[in-house]
Design a protein around this ligand. Structure first.
Ligand code: HEC
Ligand code: HEC
Ligand code: HEC
Ligand code: HEC
Length: 499
């Protein structure tokens, strides 16, 4: 090869010069890369040298870290902003059940049918878990609806408490037991080691899931860590056994089918559907799992590349800690790699989303109907045996739907995988409908009519929720209990601000 090259250069000297130029550009780029790495190390070293205070142990009070790292802290504070909406997402509060009331029926018998709002910025995590109807009104003779585990993805007080009382003790206590302890929203100590400012995994569930797969998370690269810190929370999980031990079901792998196989093997169900009596699974938010199956993960991108872009201020480069939709700042996110216009880039995202939502909306028509048909079949004396196949299909269909839509970014993160999962969901929903039509035929049921579930109120009334009572009890509770928790936390010095 080199001989041939030599001959070509002799024949046409220009080739030699082109080669030379290419090599020089390569060397220059490598130099830039090395400089940028050294620069970054130097920046971190300067940061550490300029520390104003020493942070000891697991410091959950974000304000303390803010003294040392004002840029990161100031941008982190902006996760409380509610000023951005894209076509389908954003950081503003939005009532999902109001927009898609059929979900009330799909979750009948489960707390999500009471209330489900779209996620907001990290700083709202504590306020939102207090205020949702899904945590009930524990205290004064009313039992907790949730265990301590439910706090796991809300606050840096969680690793602090796990360290103090033990992991198991933390999970299995009642949710309200930690009311005056878990008070600071998702922050610095969730992702950082205070001494070195290196990224750090603080949630045992992620470490344990890696261990069971024979992987060692301490060997993760820096680029992997820029996703793994998010994977502490933005994943599928369940509460294992009576002790409600937080567990990621990845032992067989992390596709929708592999996780389903895991749950089937241990015969796990989140709840029994109150209309169809199907043994249901509820997906959490498998953002990490699904993202990994998409084109950007395949090219080595991490969550932070789009959700925490670099910023420059007075020559200092830092990571924007306002974790939010990348469409809020297309210039500093997508456009660092893509040369398309802002408009085109936004349109790519909307196009993927709209196409996925077409299938999603069809499923949300069919599945509620199927649950209701199953109820009619039971009401007309169908037997367990006659219903078995339909119920199995309902479980599978809804699992695939939930896994795809509960990860809010999935339609962009991994468009093809998401369309695949939803196609299987729709297929199983229609198969379930066929099975139920057979049961209808055998039982001589002819007069099936869909109830009116066209609004959230109507759907909630249909499934038998007394929303007035639930809401007024919660309003009363919100006025009295959380203020008491937060007051106690301030007196103990666990909470510094009024945020
Ligand atoms: C300790 C758990 C935890 C960690 C770690 C975490 N998140 Fe979150 N994230 C949440 C919770 C909980 C919410 C919803 C908060 C609410 O609605 O009150 C959320 C919300 C979000 C949102 C929606 C914000 C909006 O404006 O609508 C995005 C985007 C997001 N997270 C991305 C990330 C990324 C990227 C990472 C890693 C860099 C990450 N998260 C790390 C728990 C976490
Ligand atoms: C959800 C996880 C997460 C939280 C919460 C978080 N960080 Fe970070 N932080 C990151 C990531 C990711 C980087 C980029 C690291 C890298 O690329 O090496 C980073 C980088 C940093 C750096 C290094 C310089 C830079 O800006 O790139 C500092 C300093 C820092 N964060 C401070 C803070 C402070 C202070 C808080 C709390 C107010 C905080 N972080 C909260 C994930 C987080
Ligand atoms: C290539 C860029 C890119 C990467 C990398 C990326 N995302 Fe996203 N993400 C997006 C876009 C675009 C959206 C849709 C935003 C919109 O519609 O406004 C989104 C949406 C989200 C949402 C929903 C936000 C909301 O307002 O409800 C979450 C949560 C999220 N991503 C988490 C993650 C996590 C966790 C990772 C890493 C495992 C990740 N993302 C990696 C581009 C990215
Ligand atoms: C850190 C670099 C980086 C960032 C940031 C980034 N991308 Fe990409 N993107 C890539 C790479 C690399 C590919 C693969 C290109 C290829 O193979 O042709 C890609 C592919 C794509 C594709 C084609 C996907 C496919 O199905 O193959 C789209 C669309 C896209 N990006 C949109 C976006 C949008 C929108 C954003 C911002 C939310 C974004 N990207 C942010 C690097 C990036």
């Amino acid at each position: 090869m080199f001989k041939k090259l030599g001959e070509s250069i002799k024949k046409r000297p220009a080739i030699g010069w082109i080669l030379f130029a290419v090599v020089m550009v390569g060397v220059f780029l490598l130099g830039l890369l090395a400089a940028s790495i050294t620069e970054r190390r130097a920046e971190i070293a300067t940061l550490l040298n300029n520390k104003q205070i020493e942070i000891e142990g697991i410091e959950s009070r974000n304000e303390r870290w803010g003294i040392n790292y004002p840029r990161e802290y100031q941008t982190w504070l902006k996760t409380q902003d509610m000023d951005f909406s894209s076509k389908h997402m954003g950081n503003v509060p939005s009532d999902v059940l109001e927009a898609r009331p059929s979900m009330v029926v799909m979750w009948a018998g489960y707390a999500f049918s009471r209330e489900y709002t779209a996620p907001r910025g990290h700083m709202h995590a504590i306020e939102d878990i207090h205020n949702t109807l899904r945590t009930g009104t524990p205290g004064d003779g009313v039992d907790d609806m949730q265990p301590g585990t439910c706090w796991a993805c809300k606050s840096p007080d969680v690793p602090r408490l796990m360290h103090e009382v033990g992991i198991e003790e933390f999970y299995k206590a009642k949710w309200s037991h930690w009311g005056s302890e878990v008070v600071n929203p998702i922050g610095c100590a969730d992702c950082h080691d205070p001494q070195t400012m290196q990224l750090k995994i603080t949630r045992p569930a992620l470490v344990e899931a890696f261990e069971r797969q024979g992987r060692d998370i301490t060997k993760a690269t820096q680029q992997e860590m820029r996703s793994l810190v998010c994977a502490q929370c933005h994943v599928e999980y369940y509460f294992k056994g009576d002790d409600k031990y937080l567990t990621f079901p990845w032992d067989n792998g992390s596709s929708v089918e592999e996780i389903e196989a895991y749950y089937d093997e241990i015969e796990f169900t989140d709840w029994t559907h109150s209309l169809s009596r199907a043994p249901m699974l509820k997906a959490q938010h498998p953002d990490y799992e699904i993202f990994n199956m998409g084109p950007h993960a395949k090219r080595g991108l991490s969550c932070a590349d789009c959700h925490m872009p670099y910023r420059s201020e007075g020559g200092i480069k830092y990571s924007d800690h306002q974790v939010v939709s990348p469409l809020k700042n297309i210039t500093s996110t997508c456009q660092t790699c893509h040369r398309d216009s802002e408009e085109n880039l936004r349109e790519y995202v909307y196009e993927y989303q709209d196409k996925v939502l077409e299938i999603r909306d069809r499923i949300e028509e069919v599945l509620p109907k199927v649950h209701i048909m199953a109820k009619i079949a039971w009401d007309n004396g169908a037997t367990d045996q006659e219903m078995a196949q339909a119920l199995k299909l309902i479980r599978q269909a809804q699992w695939r739907w939930d896994f795809s839509v509960a990860s809010h970014g999935a339609s962009f993160h991994a468009p093809v995988e998401t369309q695949r999962m939803l196609a299987h969901s729709l297929d199983r929903s229609l198969q379930a409908q066929l099975e139920l039509q057979k049961v209808f035929h055998d039982k001589g049921i002819t007069d099936f009519q869909m109830p009116d579930i066209s609004s959230k109120d109507k759907a909630q009334e249909y499934i038998g929720l007394d929303m007035k009572a639930l809401k007024s009890a919660k309003e009363q509770w919100i006025k009295t209990v959380p203020p008491r928790w937060l007051k106690e936390a301030k007196e103990n010095g666990r909470l510094l601000s009024n945020l």
